[in-house]
Design a protein. Structure first.
Length: 446
């Protein structure tokens, strides 16, 4: 397999790049992406997603040699993938503003592959989809663009991605891989390919649809479990009970599932349940539990904002014009990924009350946040909006220039755990801990 295999990875993001790097340790790999800036950075050994370090990336890069027998060549030219015999598609599968599946990236990627597809090639999809999408949506595109016949001239597989962005312990090679193929023999070939690099092993599913369904329910299950503890947090807050203390006590039972409340965003848990729900509705079934979980988790930004406002009122702080600092805007801790972050919901709800918001996140790219959400962020601890007054008013001390009426810890980046909150807060300020990770006294938390 090593001598005959040439792999094209379509999409070099959080999923595609780590996979391309891993395969490039044993095979000739061509990484294709339509983002020229991304490809140019990768050619220099720079990964802005921080999933692959520069030192590791540079060990496999073939910056100028497309035909090297081992290593990674990155490109934006689709003709560079024309002589590959394995194509692995790792593009995003988001939802639109109405939470309907948006398969545009998957369709475009299939068109790109179809235009260069040769007889005997195998196209493997890793993007999360609803059961049936690979064979119902992608395969017809491949046939149309290539003029080839499915399962006669070319074949397909599905091996769902399981990468956890920002997780340096559970890297791609250490996560067991589900595999599948469009025929039993192709399934074995796909499984054998991944087995050469995945040290955790593989599980060969009996069909592509089974593999698709397995992936989409993984994140749907987590979404429902988090929705349950989010509902518990709302109940226990009304009862004046510490939710985290309750969960800690309950987790002493061996089979208790250790989920925590919070804002559920990102490109997986906050999206995948809508894919399964869409397919269920197409066949006439209304998925009540799945959608109820989504409604609960989607409501948490509004809930946290309301709780913060209540605390401001209780402390006689004027809500309109209140100067608030939000810590974190990425969808999870210690990761620069801002896709589908629910912190944005929190910010919009706080802004609707007339508060003035400052966003500090040492991980997020300010340009990306501005482009995606129209929000201004900073990578450094900012001065409060009262700072200018501190320099112009004689009765305000310079030491008070960083003081905020309220600070909301929305993402538990490591940098926030050691912050000097006394330097950010007045004696009467509000400190709200969304993640429940602060050891010092807080006014409110989930």
């Amino acid at each position: 397999m090593k001598e005959e295999t040439k792999i094209a990875i379509i999409g070099l993001g959080y999923v595609g790049l780590p996979l391309a790097r891993l395969f490039a340790t044993k095979y000739s790999v061509v990484g294709f992406d339509i983002n020229k800036q991304r490809v140019n950075e990768l050619k220099k050994g720079i990964d802005s997603t921080l999933e692959v370090s520069s030192d590791i990336l540079k060990t496999v890069l073939n910056a100028d040699n497309l035909h090297s027998p081992v290593g990674l060549y990155c490109t934006t030219n689709s003709q560079d993938i024309a002589d590959c015999n394995y194509y692995i598609v790792t593009v995003p599968t988001p939802v639109d503003k109405n939470n309907k599946p948006d398969l545009t990236p998957l369709i475009k990627a299939s068109e790109t592959v179809g235009k260069v597809l040769k007889k005997g090639a195998i196209v493997i999809y890793e993007s999360t989809v609803y059961p049936g999408a690979t064979e119902e949506i992608c395969i017809p595109i491949l046939e149309k663009e290539s003029g080839l016949i499915f399962n006669q001239d070319f074949f397909a597989g599905y091996s769902p991605e399981r990468i956890n962005p920002g997780d340096k312990e559970h890297t791609v090679e250490k996560i067991l891989k589900v595999t599948s193929g469009s025929t039993p023999q192709i399934g074995k070939m796909v499984d054998a390919l991944y087995n050469t690099v995945i040290i955790a092993g593989t599980h060969l599913a009996p069909s592509i649809k089974v593999a698709e369904a397995a992936k989409v329910i993984e994140n749907s299950q987590r979404d429902i479990n988090i929705a349950f503890v989010n509902e518990l947090a709302k109940i226990f807050n009304l009862l004046n009970i510490d939710t985290h203390a309750v969960l800690e006590a309950a987790s002493t039972k061996w089979n208790f599932l250790p989920f925590k409340p919070g804002l559920v965003g990102g490109h997986c848990i906050g999206v995948d349940p809508y894919y399964l729900a869409q397919k269920a509705q197409e066949v006439g079934y209304n998925p009540e539990i799945i959608l109820a979980g989504r409604r609960m988790n989607d409501s948490m930004g509004h809930y946290v904002a309301s709780e913060v406002v209540k605390l401001l009122i209780q402390k006689d702080i004027k809500v309109k014009g209140a100067n608030l600092l939000v810590l974190g805007i990425t969808f999870k801790e210690n990761c620069p990924d801002v896709r589908n972050t629910k912190v944005v919901d929190l910010i919009h709800n706080l802004t609707s009350f007339g508060t003035i918001i400052t966003i500090y996140d040492p991980w997020a790219n300010p340009e990306e946040v501005m482009k995606e959400y129209g929000l201004t962020t900073t990578n450094h601890i900012p001065l409060s909006c009262h700072a200018e007054q501190a320099y112009t008013e004689q009765d305000r001390s310079i030491e008070g220039r960083n003081k905020y009426d309220g600070v909301i810890l929305a993402v538990s980046h490591n940098e926030f755990l050691t912050l000097d909150f006394e330097s950010l807060l007045n004696n009467n300020s509000v400190l709200y801990d969304v993640k429940g990770v602060l050891l010092n006294k807080v006014d409110g938390k989930l």
